[in-house]
Write a protein that binds this ligand. Structure first.
Ligand code: 4AD
Ligand code: MG
Length: 431
C-alpha cells in the first residue's frame, strides 16, 4: 500500500471512511468472539476491536495469535466511543501480523537492573517516547533560536589533545601511539571560530569521567555551546536567558500532551520569561546560611546546597561572580579583585539546579598562561589557544547548556539518566 494511505493513531477521528494504520501492539485483550487491541505508533495509541463475525478467517486467526509489541497493520472504521483514548475506536475490517516474533520480555514492575539491561526495548515505552519528543524539541528550539539570532552552527572536534574542564573527568584514548581525550566541552575551539564567524554555536556530545553515580551526572551528554565575539559577561547572560526562555516556551507550546502524560506540573514553567534573577556568589552563600547552612565565603556550593538554593529561589536564576579558585583557567578574572571571576551558573528552579555554566574569557595573555600553569597543564599543549590572544584578541564570552539537564527539568523526571535512550554511566556501556 502506498505510504500516504497510512495515518497515525493520534490523527484518527470518527468517520465513514476506512482507515489504515501500522504500528505495534501496546495492549491486547482476548475474548471468545472479540479482541481488543491497542495500536501504538510514534504519535500515540488508538484502540481497535476485532470481531470474529466481521473478519476473514486469516485476519481473525492472526489477531488470536498476536501478542504485545508484535508489528501490525490494521484496517477499519473509526467510530465514536467515549470510553476509548481520544474518544475513538477502530472497528477492524482487516488485521495483519507483520512480525510476530517472540514474547516481549518487558513487563511492569521489573527491576532497575533488568530495565537497564533492556533499555533497547524499554525505550519504546510510553514514558520514554514522551521524553524523546520533549528532548527533540529542546534541540530544535535551541537551533531555531541560534538561527534567528544570527549564530552559525559549527562542527568542532570531539577528539582533542588537551583538557578543557579539569583532569579529574577526562577520558583518555589511544590515538596512533599518542594520548588523546574525548571532549569535555568544545569551548576552546569555538573561541577560535569567533575570529572567523563572530557568533558561533555547536551541539556535540561531551564526555566526563564522573566517578560518582548521581541523579544529575552522566558520562556522555549533549552539550549546546555558544560563543560570541564582542560580548561581555552581562551580554552573555542575556543571551543565555533568552535562549532558555525560548526553549521553555517552545516546549510548553509544542509538548503539552507529553508533559501532561509525564505528570509534569507546568505552573512554574509557565511563568518563565527573560530576564532572570541574578545574585552574586556572596549573596548565594548568605542566602544558604540564612537557611540553615554554614558555609564560608569561598566554600564550594555543592549539590545539596545548590538544590536547596534552587528550591528557595523558586525561579531560574544566575549565580554570578564565583571565586576564581572554583573555575577553570579560561575564565576572566575581575581586574580590581582577581579573587573573583566573570563566571556564572544558570540554575533551574524546583530543586534541579545548574543547567548552564558560562562567562567571559580571559584575554590578558600573561594571566591566561599563569592560570594554565596553576592548573598543572603544560603550556605547550595550549599554545594554539594562547595564540588566539596574540592576533587580534577581542573581548568574548560563551556558555554551555546541558541538553539532558534541561530536558530533565522540563520533564520533571527523577533522574537525568531517563533523558537518554542509552545513558552512559560508570557501570554501564551495554547496550
Ligand atoms: O559547567 P560545565 O562543565 O562548563 C563547561 O563545560 C564550559 N566549558 C561550557 C562553556 O562555557 N562552553 O558544563 C556545562 C554544562 C553544565 O551546566 C551542565 O548542564 C552540563 O554541561 N554538564 C553535564 N550534564 C550531565 N552530566 C554531566 N556529567 C555534566 N557535566 C556538565
Ligand atoms: Mg558548571
Amino acid at each position: 500500500m502506498p505510504e500516504e494511505s497510512y495515518i497515525h493513531a493520534s490523527k484518527v477521528i470518527p468517520s465513514e471512511k476506512i482507515v489504515h494504520l501500522r504500528g505495534w501492539i501496546y495492549r491486547i485483550r482476548k475474548m471468545k468472539d472479540k479482541i481488543f487491541v491497542v495500536l501504538r505508533d510514534a504519535s500515540g495509541i488508538v484502540q481497535c476491536i476485532g470481531s470474529e463475525d466481521q473478519l476473514k478467517p486469516e485476519a481473525w486467526n492472526a489477531l488470536n495469535e498476536a501478542t504485545i509489541e508484535n508489528a501490525i497493520h490494521v484496517e477499519g472504521n473509526p467510530v465514536e466511543d467515549n470510553r476509548a483514548v481520544n474518544n475513538v475506536e477502530i472497528r477492524l475490517t482487516d488485521f495483519k501480523l507483520i512480525h510476530k516474533g517472540e514474547i516481549f520480555p518487558v513487563a511492569k514492575d521489573q527491576s532497575k537492573e533488568f530495565i537497564l539491561n533492556n533499555t533497547h526495548l524499554f525505550l519504546r515505552s510510553y514514558k520514554s517516547t514522551n521524553v524523546w519528543k520533549v528532548k527533540a524539541n529542546v534541540l530544535r528550539a535551541a537551533r531555531e533560536w541560534f538561527f534567528e539570532n544570527d549564530f552559525y552552527e559549527t562542527t568542532p572536534p570531539i577528539l582533542t589533545g588537551a583538557a578543557c574542564e579539569g583532569g579529574s573527568t577526562l577520558f583518555s584514548i589511544k590515538y596512533f601511539g599518542e594520548t588523546a581525550y574525548l571532549s569535555q566541552s568544545i569551548q576552546l575551539y569555538l573561541e577560535a571560530l569567533i575570529y572567523s564567524l563572530e557568533k558561533v554555536y555547536a551541539i556535540t556530545p561531551s564526555f566526563r569521567a564522573e566517578k560518582m553515580r548521581t541523579k544529575r551526572h552522566i558520562n556522555e551528554f549533549w552539550h549546546i555551546e555558544g560563543e560570541e565575539a564582542w560580548i561581555d559577561f552581562e551580554g552573555n547572560m542575556k543571551i543565555q536567558e533568552e535562549l532558555v526562555a525560548y526553549i521553555v516556551q517552545y516546549v510548553l507550546e509544542h509538548n503539552k500532551t507529553e508533559l501532561k502524560e509525564l505528570g509534569r506540573d507546568v505552573s512554574t514553567l509557565e511563568t518563565i520569561k527573560a530576564p532572570f534573577k541574578k545574585i552574586n556568589y556572596k549573596e548565594a552563600v548568605d542566602t544558604l546560611n540564612e537557611n540553615g547552612f554554614n558555609l564560608k565565603w569561598d566554600e564550594d556550593i555543592k549539590t545539596e546546597e545548590e538544590r536547596a538554593l534552587s528550591n528557595i529561589i523558586g525561579e531560574p536564576f544566575f549565580v554570578r561572580d564565583y571565586p576564581s579558585s572554583h573555575k577553570p583557567f579560561y575564565v576572566k578574572l575581575h581586574e580590581d579583585d582577581p579573587k573573583w571571576c566573570f563566571s556564572a551558573d544558570l540554575m533551574a528552579p524546583e530543586g534541579f539546579g545548574e543547567i548552564i555554566t558560562g562567562g567571559q574569557r580571559e584575554d590578558v595573555l600573561d594571566t591566561l598562561i599563569r592560570r594554565i600553569q596553576e592548573e598543572g597543564w603544560k603550556v605547550e599543549d595550549y599554545s594554539w589557544y594562547i595564540d588566539l590572544r596574540k592576533y587580534g584578541s577581542v573581548p568574548h564570552s560563551g556558555f554551555g547548556l546541558g541538553a539532558e539537564r534541561l530536558t530533565w527539568w522540563l520533564c520533571g523526571l527523577d533522574a537525568i539518566q531517563e533523558t537518554l535512550p542509552f545513558p552512559r554511566t560508570r557501570n554501564r556501556i551495554y547496550p
